[in-house]
Ligand binder design. Structure first.
Ligand SMILES: Cc1cc2nc3c(=O)[nH]c(=O)nc-3n(C[C@H](O)[C@H](O)[C@H](O)COP(=O)(O)OP(=O)(O)OC[C@H]3O[C@@H](n4cnc5c(N)ncnc54)[C@H](O)[C@@H]3O)c2cc1C
Length: 414
């Protein structure tokens, strides 16, 4: 049994706490906030084995440059001489090639499928009602080009054993008769699922508290001390914490935590927005992704949650209304009957996706400090991959064979 200190109480930190506790370890989680509104709450709730292609693809480079000149586009990089952004950009460009996409597909698929299975198991545990629905996700497209890309993706997905089916608009209407469509078609990612992230986070916190896991809110880690190649203690203002094993699960703040130890964790915060509209769930029962607009719509808590945009910039609390309008305006182009209104600023949620440059998460021991594990960098899939990451972290600490191979996620990879 090890004493474990987890820095960060988002989905990755709490899932790690859950599986570590189950394996018999003594766990403490410290968070700089109150653990009620991290990136793990307002996201689109999609569980996505279908997303076996990392963000860094050859097509993304040219598309990203085009998008940068449109204020309502779904992707934006604020040009800056920030050395982290430059290092991130160079690695992104290095990895945006077919070879990397090919190499990443299997590890990502294995991680996703493991996570989906774990959420299915978790949803059967008492107290874990988080509205897990296994109806898949529909990726709608309006253009021939996107249709071709999606059909190609579906073929690759099927080769990996994923259940994906190309649908005509008539097929889509059979699945959701109340949803008016103006699309060329869709791919039904039948391997996917969705859930309510807010309910999942609340259930995890409730379980962990009851189980005696120490969840400490409003404790920002500001200093980490080391000796003999190990972390010796972690400080938050005047309090100190000691443990046998330490985990960095600080989401987009992980690079700043790494800096306290002199280690580089290369990721950028990818800001995204979401908002909820009530009383619309009867229109849509299967979550939708809008291929060209990069918008996600998920039935949740009796309404629909709309989410999108990826702004790579320093962490800040500005809401860019133009990009929120971009999300709103894209919806009726696919679904003429669905006309969300631009929400008031106070009703817009935003979060920072911890985005690694190569699109793969970091899960594993640091090669600099031998009692440190890094678990972050899940980008747009952190909810989806949270449970599996937690299990892997617990297996690493328990020194048992991991459920899947984790070499591709090594934190110190090139
Ligand atoms: C609009 C949007 C839609 C999304 N949709 C999906 C989706 O459908 N499916 C999916 O899988 N993913 C989705 N994501 C991505 C997903 O939400 C994230 O990848 C995931 O929440 C990251 O979890 P995390 O635990 O790594 O980080 P976080 O949830 O950000 O948690 C990190 C925690 O660390 C704490 N922390 C930071 N620094 C310190 C410190 N110094 N000391 C102590 N604590 C610290 C923070 O307070 C925070 O609570 C979406 C994201 C956005 C923005």
């Amino acid at each position: 049994m090890a004493r474990v200190l987890i820095i960060g109480g988002g989905i990755v930190g709490l899932s790690s706490a859950y599986y570590l506790h189950k394996a018999g370890h003594q766990v403490t989680v410290v968070d700089k906030g109150d653990m009620t509104d991290s990136c793990s709450y307002g996201n689109a709730g999609m569980i996505v084995p279908s997303h076996f292609i990392p963000l860094a693809t050859p097509g993304m480079v040219t598309q990203g440059i085009r998008w940068m000149f449109n204020s309502k586009s779904p992707f934006y990089v604020r040009p800056s001489l920030n050395p982290e952004l430059i290092a991130w950009g160079l690695k992104f460009l290095k990895k945006a090639n077919a070879g990397h996409v090919e190499k990443a597909a299997l590890p990502l698929t294995e991680l996703s499928l493991l996570s989906k299975k774990l959420y299915q198991d978790l949803s059967k545990e008492p107290g874990f009602d988080f509205d897990l629905v296994n109806k898949g996700i529909l990726m709608f497209y309006k253009t021939e080009k996107a249709g071709e890309e999606e059909a190609h993706m579906a073929e690759k997905g099927r080769a990996l054993g994923l259940d994906m089916q190309v649908l005509t608009p008539a097929d889509c209407t059979k699945l959701q008769p109340n949803l008016e469509l103006d699309v060329l078609g869709a791919v039904h990612y039948r391997c996917d699922a969705h859930l309510s992230p807010n309910k999942l986070m609340v259930a995890l916190i409730k379980f962990l508290k009851k189980a005696g896991v120490n969840l400490l809110a409003n404790k920002e880690v500001t200093k980490i001390e080391t000796s003999g190649g190990k972390i010796s203690r972690v400080l938050s203002l005047n309090e100190e914490f000691t443990a046998d094993e330490y985990i960095i699960a600080g989401g987009s703040w992980s690079p700043a935590i790494g800096k306290l130890l002199g280690i580089k964790i290369l990721l950028m915060p990818g800001k995204g927005y979401s908002f909820n509209l009530i009383n619309e769930e009867s229109v849509m029962q299967i979550p939708a992704l809008l291929a060209e607009a990069r918008v996600a719509i998920t039935p949740m808590n009796g309404g629909l949650r709309y989410g999108g945009t990826m702004e790579l910039d320093k962490i800040n609390s500005r809401i860019n209304m133009n990009r929120v309008k971009g999300i709103v305006e894209s919806v009726p182009k696919y679904f003429p009957g669905l006309k969300p209104v631009v929400p008031a600023e106070k009703d817009i949620w935003f979060g920072f996706r911890p985005s690694s440059a190569d699109g793969l998460p970091y899960i594993g021991r640091s090669n600099k400090y031998n009692n440190l594990i890094i678990a972050t960098g899940h980008g747009m899939m952190g909810l989806s991959l949270g449970a599996a990451t937690g299990l892997l972290v617990s297996e690493i600490i328990s020194d048992t064979p991991t459920a899947i191979a984790i070499d591709a996620f090594a934190p110190d990879r090139a």
